[in-house]
Design a protein around this ligand. Structure first.
Ligand SMILES: Cc1cc2nc3c(=O)[nH]c(=O)nc-3n(C[C@H](O)[C@H](O)[C@H](O)COP(=O)(O)OP(=O)(O)OC[C@H]3O[C@@H](n4cnc5c(N)ncnc54)[C@H](O)[C@@H]3O)c2cc1C
Length: 401
């Protein structure tokens, strides 16, 4: 028997909601704001399902782990509707005295960005829409979609958005043991902070997060080895800014083959790259000896009683008390069993790479839209980013008209 969720004030929502957004990250929150701001629904007819105690928890945790102080993306990329909202907010925001923006491209500080997110969540009453649970099954039917939750029953809505993020799809190298607590992925929610008792830290990875974690650890007095399998790659964004607009997207949209689109996305991504300011900070830390940079592939890791020993392809050995994998996310379809079951039960179309084939309004099923990585065969290489959330918001709102 289907049980209805109670709203935080104890009142039952109407038996069928307008929208359920599964995932309360950057994408889910932006889409909620677009639906509410565009008056396509009201807060009492919308729910955001996410297991975190607060919305945007994953985003904040990942930002905290990297110690990043400015976003990589420009000030126009934020979670509100109007492109200039963040800049306007900055004019009245009582900042802590640190710079609110940095060059190039007027990039906001993480502190400003988060304060803006908090203000939007409050202004739209989004905490009241937040159901603190995980969706385990999505069952679309003729009259609506039933979303079964792990702990608190189920919810029904006319339409659902899957905004699941990349979740636990971490890229975990084959040589890294999974059962040694000294070896961890930086985006594992269970990551333990570095302790003073573990002075030697090896960080494996060559992208912005690896560099930021290395700089942060060095700043806390750890002896840091950064092991990167390629020379430093310098790019301001993780794909060419031509992908933000028609310059490259017009050609992408003309391509009908999903396999070709996948190739275009893979080629367009500047994986493992650093923007100029992070590169400069890293080079300075290497120059002053606070970070030791090794351009080498890791071959193996030996777990020993007194630490871990990494062997590199060139034969060198690196001893470390902690090994942090900053190797990003794997390329497989996110969403785990929830999405696997949905594909199987509802026979939803997928590309050879396993990702959803959706229409231009990001409909995977007449009642189910997707955002983030799940939408990348339609939105292109920027799909996972904040700009991709904004693009997904445009498309989903267009579907309401
Ligand atoms: C360190 C870092 C810095 C970044 N900086 C930038 C930047 O400067 N600019 C930029 O444009 N992009 C940036 N990105 C990329 C991107 O914008 C972020 O990764 C963003 O958080 C993605 O948002 P999301 O909503 O897709 O995923 P997430 O933030 O991971 O949110 C997804 C949510 O869905 C929930 N969820 C998953 N499955 C279920 C389920 N079954 N039921 C209920 N809830 C579920 C998860 O718990 C999670 O809370 C950065 C990424 C990282 C890691």
């Amino acid at each position: 028997m289907e049980r209805l969720q109670e709203t935080p004030d104890g009142a039952h929502p109407p038996s069928q909601l307008d929208w359920i957004i599964i995932g309360g990250g950057v994408h889910g929150v932006h889409i909620a704001i677009r639906l509410l701001g565009g008056r396509h629904t009201t807060a009492d007819r919308l729910r955001i399902v996410d297991p975190g105690p607060q919305l945007l928890l994953r985003w904040r945790a990942r930002v905290a782990v990297t110690g990043m102080s400015f976003l990589r993306s420009p000030s126009m990329h934020h979670l509100d509707e109007d492109s200039y909202s963040l800049e306007r907010f900055a004019r009245v925001w009582p900042s802590s005295g640190e710079d609110s923006f940095t060059r190039p491209n007027n990039r906001p500080s993480t502190e400003l960005f988060d304060a803006h997110c908090d203000a939007l969540i409050e202004a739209h009453g989004l905490e009241g829409t937040h159901v603190r649970d995980s969706a385990v099954q999505v069952n679309p039917g003729e009259d609506g979609v039933l979303v079964e939750l792990a702990r608190t029953g189920s919810l029904r809505a006319s339409r659902v958005v899957l905004a699941l993020g990349l979740g636990e799809n971490l890229d975990w190298p084959d040589w890294a043991p999974r059962n040694d607590p000294r070896v961890a992925h930086i985006f594992d929610p269970a990551l333990r902070p570095l302790e003073a008792s573990t002075p030697r830290v090896a960080i494996v990875g060559g992208g912005i997060s690896a560099a930021q974690v290395a700089l942060d650890a060095a700043g806390r007095g750890h002896e840091v080895e950064l092991i990167c399998r390629h020379a430093i790659r310098s790019h301001q964004y993780d794909s060419d800014p031509g992908w933000f607009g028609p310059k490259y997207m017009r050609g992408f949209e003309r391509v009908r083959s999903a396999a070709t689109r996948r190739e275009l996305i893979s080629t367009a991504r500047n994986r493992g790259s650093l923007p100029a300011d992070v590169e400069a900070a890293l080079r300075a830390a290497v120059a002053d000896g606070s970070v030791r940079l090794r351009i080498e592939e890791v071959q193996s890791l030996e777990s020993r009683a007194d630490g871990t020993a990494l062997t590199l392809a060139g034969g060198q050995r690196v001893d470390a008390d902690r090994v942090l994998l900053a190797t990003g996310f794997s390329g497989t379809r996110p969403g785990g069993e929830l999405v696997d079951r949905l594909v199987e039960r509802s026979a939803l179309p997928v590309a050879p790479c396993g990702f959803p084939l959706v229409d231009s309004e990001l409909r995977w099923h007449p009642r189910i839209h997707v955002s983030g990585a799940l939408a990348e065969l339609e939105i292109g290489p920027i799909a996972r980013n904040i700009a991709g959330a904004r693009r997904a918001g445009d498309r989903i709102v267009a579907a309401c008209r």
